[in-house]
Design a protein around this ligand. Structure first.
Ligand SMILES: C[S@@+](CC[C@H](N)C(=O)[O-])C[C@H]1O[C@@H](n2cnc3c(N)ncnc32)[C@H](O)[C@@H]1O
Length: 426
């Protein structure tokens, strides 16, 4: 480590290896600032000499700085509705085990939100775990600022908390329901595994920080601890790819979650287990070629072979539900068949899998227009236009869609609909 740059890289590599994170962009800048601060605090004359003495405590200090711990009660509330109306009854019937895990629970808000929902149901065990010691200490304390309660109404606040000055403490009854533990998701202790299999696992807003390889390892482990038929909640901005044989994607109550397949087949995978939406778009050209050709599908659509096409699509989607293009084409077919509700549902899946799928918004705008909802149509067209302007006209595998045509269409539509909007007077 001759240079400062080399020393910084070495520290970064060490932390990447430990956490499994991909430390880039803003996180890399945060880490560099933290290293600088620590070097000064400890009185080292250079980053190189600080790096040489990087021990366990130092690593932990830097890690606490690096980790993004943002969370709040009932974040992505629809997931808690699913917990109440789907998971809980299955646990009560004995169809799922009564163990629920908030993996990467940060300061505990997610784990306690689970406790609020399931309180009163017998035999339920809730676990909250995180790599951050400090976060778990705070979780155990159960003392929160008002900001963490931002989604709660006054009734819920008084039901779940006791006010302590400016803070709010989770009532003891709920605190007792959750077991907190510190560990790294890359090294789940055998002792913890014995608490499984879990009926539901919340792994939300965690995997997005990981490298693809670490993500795959964590997801593999988490899935092995999920009971057959068990629920996996990821953040709605994350998705898993190529898990069709192990997970089922469910869209329900305005949200998305996954259920572990009842029969687990082991198949050889050539693709990473999980991909983020942007990676999914980048992979566009490599995936799915052998199963079907998008061009052929779209050609059939233009030739009007609708029923046959719908059957074919259903079959492909069953084999690989994680391709936004397939849901998009399905929406076109359903539109042609006059099933607008079905078309909107397909688009929801498409845009869930890839929120940057510009054509999805374009199509949703068209459907809303057909349904007479001009305001929504306008908003969807705007999103499509913005995305198309931002991207270098990445139109996925659907080369049939000419970007210039779509852009011209959107321009025309936006003018037309904007003019038709009533003018609001202040
Ligand atoms: C943004 S918080 C998410 C909290 C909560 N799940 C939510 O969705 O609101 C991410 C948490 O993941 C934890 N985390 C990151 N890498 C981890 C690892 N390798 N093992 C365990 N926890 C990890 C962080 O410490 C942080 O508390």
């Amino acid at each position: 480590m001759k240079t400062r740059k080399e020393a910084l890289s070495k520290i970064k590599e060490t932390l990447q290896e430990i956490t499994g994170h991909k430390i880039e962009g803003v996180h890399w800048r945060i880490l560099q600032r933290a290293i600088e601060e620590r070097k000064n605090q400890k009185g080292y004359d250079s980053i190189q000499s600080y790096a040489k003495r990087l021990n366990k405590d130092e690593i932990e200090w830097l890690l606490e700085r690096l980790l993004v711990k943002e969370t709040y009660f009932f974040r992505e509330r629809p997931h808690f509705e699913i917990l109440k109306y789907n998971v809980l009854p299955e646990i009560r019937r004995g169809d799922l085990p009564g163990a629920i895990w908030s993996a990467g629970c940060s300061t505990g808000e997610e784990a306690y939100s689970i406790a609020f929902v399931v309180a009163g149901a017998p035999g339920i065990r809730i676990y909250g775990t995180d790599i951050s010691k400090r976060a778990i200490e705070m979780a155990k304390e159960g003392l929160y600022r008002r900001d963490s309660l931002r989604l709660l109404n006054p009734d819920e606040i008084s039901r779940y908390f006791i006010k302590e000055g400016e803070y709010f403490r989770v009532k003891e009854h709920f605190r007792k329901m959750v077991h907190f533990e510190v560990f790294n998701l890359l090294e789940v202790p055998v002792g913890f595994e014995r608490n499984g299999p879990f009926g539901a696992i919340f792994l939300r807003n965690v995997l997005m920080y990981f490298s693809p390889e670490a993500r795959e390892r964590v997801l593999d482990k988490v899935l092995s601890l999920l009971a057959p038929g068990g629920y996996l909640f990821l953040s709605v901005t994350e998705t898993v790819g190529f898990l069709s044989n192990r997970l089922e994607l469910v869209i329900d109550r305005d949200t998305v979650y996954f259920r572990k397949s009842l029969v687990e087949e082991k198949v050889e995978r050539k693709e990473p287990l999980m991909v983020t939406s942007s990676e999914l778009s980048l992979k566009a050209d490599r995936r799915g070629r052998s199963l079907f050709s998008y061009e052929e599908l779209v050609e059939k659509l233009t030739e009007g072979e609708l029923e046959e096409l719908e059957e074919e699509l259903t079959d492909y989607i069953e084999k690989d539900p994680f391709q936004p293009e397939l849901h998009f084409i399905q929406s076109l077919v359903l539109e042609e068949l006059g099933d607008y509700r079905g078309a909107l549902l397909s688009l929801r899946r498409c845009l869930y899998l890839d929120p940057n799928f510009a054509l999805g918004y374009w199509q949703r705008g068209r459907i809303y227009e057909i349904l007479g909802d001009k305001l929504r149509a306008l908003s969807e067209y705007r999103k499509a236009e913005k995305l198309l302007d931002e991207s270098d006209t990445v139109l996925y595998r659907l080369t049939w869609f000419n970007p210039y045509y779509i852009k011209a269409f959107l321009r025309r539509k936006l003018e037309e609909l904007q003019e038709a909007q009533p003018v609001h007077h202040g």
